[in-house]
Design a binder for this molecule. Structure first.
Ligand code: URA
Length: 435
């Protein structure tokens, strides 16, 4: 078999066989296919697309390109959760202890990733001493003992995807449905959970800008998961504006903690309740939505979800006191209001732009080597549909550097768009995709 022939076949609109895809992934992982040939293949796939059979073969080949985690030493159904990502998405920090407090085992692997704010791992490092660099043995033991653990993704999980994703990132081939679905699902399948709940974002701050594409991506991933024998459900949710009010690592942790006390923003709380509901059903704890909601409500009201977060933080070396005293989280030195220069109803917020403000402040990573400032970010006072008067604060900005604060503030003001008449608020949950 020759890579040249496979590129030509795909370029001309043909379908690659399972054998051809397995060859291509194995040889690329081993370094025997050069990046320039794989780049050409990615671009051919980008334009020609992949059939369902090709996408399945690619997912399975990438999943099996490294270790397949064996979680059989954990008793019960292990549930994983994955979000396609967005601005202010701190869901895992609140959701995993909520669900674990209801008795579902959460064995989750997370990555850091490049982005506007850090990934889940970065956010959790706002707890001094917290680490996701734990051994597989520690991970399994912790899930058996307290019901939840989040481990940093090791280099041995889907190494083909790691290499390929880095290549796609620099060759403008990320935003292809089959490539995104196979990339995400290969890692999820290799991570070993029995059931997977996906949060597929849609809107200006998401990979998929249209609802139609987001539902198609959700369907593709649900099919891949179920075909591989993992119970998979997807929730399609809004990312046309930041989720909740906090954007920035420690600020998002603080908001997640408030949510576990029952004092979180309405949209964020609703998303956690919805994803949690399907995690409880997938984990076999609840048979229907109503029962799941009741259980989730109860663990917030009786404080057991918050206690579970403290246990989880402590089990991974973090300072659990900060769960009950958030003044112990990293704090920025300059805190200022961003005041609106006009009156009206908020019609639209350029979601990605708010993320870039956080990045400018130092809250995200521009390159893999960048150090993140965990304390900086923004708290939004106004979201789509809200009325604002000129001179009223739109947000509060947290910074450690005056020049960065000024640059972020300027950009922030341009991200808000106003209307004279009341504006309809977007629906947060767009739909559920099951098998
Ligand atoms: N996240 C991934 O892990 N892979 C993609 O291709 C896109 C988002």
């Amino acid at each position: 078999m020759r890579m040249y022939d496979l590129i030509m076949k795909k370029r001309n609109g043909g379908n690659l066989s399972q054998e051809e895809i397995e060859y291509m992934i194995a040889e690329y992982t081993a370094g025997r296919i050069p990046d320039y040939q794989m780049s050409a293949m990615m671009m051919a796939i980008y334009f020609q697309g992949m059939s369902a059979q090709e996408t399945t073969a690619l997912t399975m080949a990438m999943a099996h390109s490294g270790d397949m985690m064996d979680l059989s030493d954990i008793e019960g159904v292990k549930v994983d959760k994955h979000s396609t990502g967005g601005v202010g998405d701190k869901t895992s920090i609140a959701l995993t202890p909520m669900v674990a407090a209801c008795g579902v085992k959460i064995a989750k692997m997370s990555g850091r990733g490049l982005g506007h704010t850090g990934g889940t791992i970065d956010k959790l490092e706002s707890f001094e001493g917290f680490t996701t660099g734990i051994t597989a043995g520690h991970f399994v033991r912790q899930v058996n003992e307290i019901g939840v653990s989040i481990m940093g993704q090791t280099a041995d999980i889907a190494p083909a995807d790691k290499k390929l994703y880095a290549l796609r990132d620099v060759t403008a081939t990320v935003d292809n449905m089959s490539l995104i679905a196979s990339s995400i699902m290969s890692k999820k399948l290799a991570s070993g959970a029995d059931a997977i709940v996906l949060d597929v974002k849609t809107g200006s701050g998401a990979f998929m800008k249209s609802e139609k594409d987001s539902f198609a991506l959700a369907k593709e991933m649900v099919t891949l998961g179920n075909m591989a024998g993992r119970k998979t459900i997807a929730v399609v949710s809004d990312m046309d504006q930041p989720l909740g009010r906090a954007v920035g690592n420690a600020l998002e942790v603080e908001e997640a903690i408030a949510t576990l006390r029952g004092e979180g923003p309405e949209d964020f709380t609703k998303l956690c309740m919805t994803l949690g509901t399907y995690m409880l059903i997938a984990g076999g704890v609840s048979s229907d939505e109503k029962d799941a909601e009741k259980r989730l409500q109860r663990v917030i009201e009786d404080g057991s979800a918050l206690k579970k977060l403290a246990e989880f933080v402590q089990a991974q070396g973090g300072d659990a006191k900060a769960v009950y005293d958030t003044t112990l989280l990293p704090k920025a030195s300059v805190i200022e209001e961003i005041v609106s220069v006009q009156s009206g109803y908020i019609e639209k917020i350029d979601c990605d732009e708010i993320g870039i403000c956080s990045l400018i402040l130092g809250g995200g990573r521009e390159t893999k080597e960048s150090e993140i400032d965990l304390s900086v970010g923004l708290i939004l006072n106004k979201k789509v549909g809200d009325h604002v008067a000129s001179g009223e604060p739109l947000a509060v900005i947290y910074a450690n550097d005056r020049a960065k604060l000024t640059a972020a503030k300027e950009r922030f003001l341009k991200a808000y768009h106003f209307a004279d008449k009341p504006v309809q608020r977007a629906q947060l949950i767009k739909g559920i995709v099951r098998e």
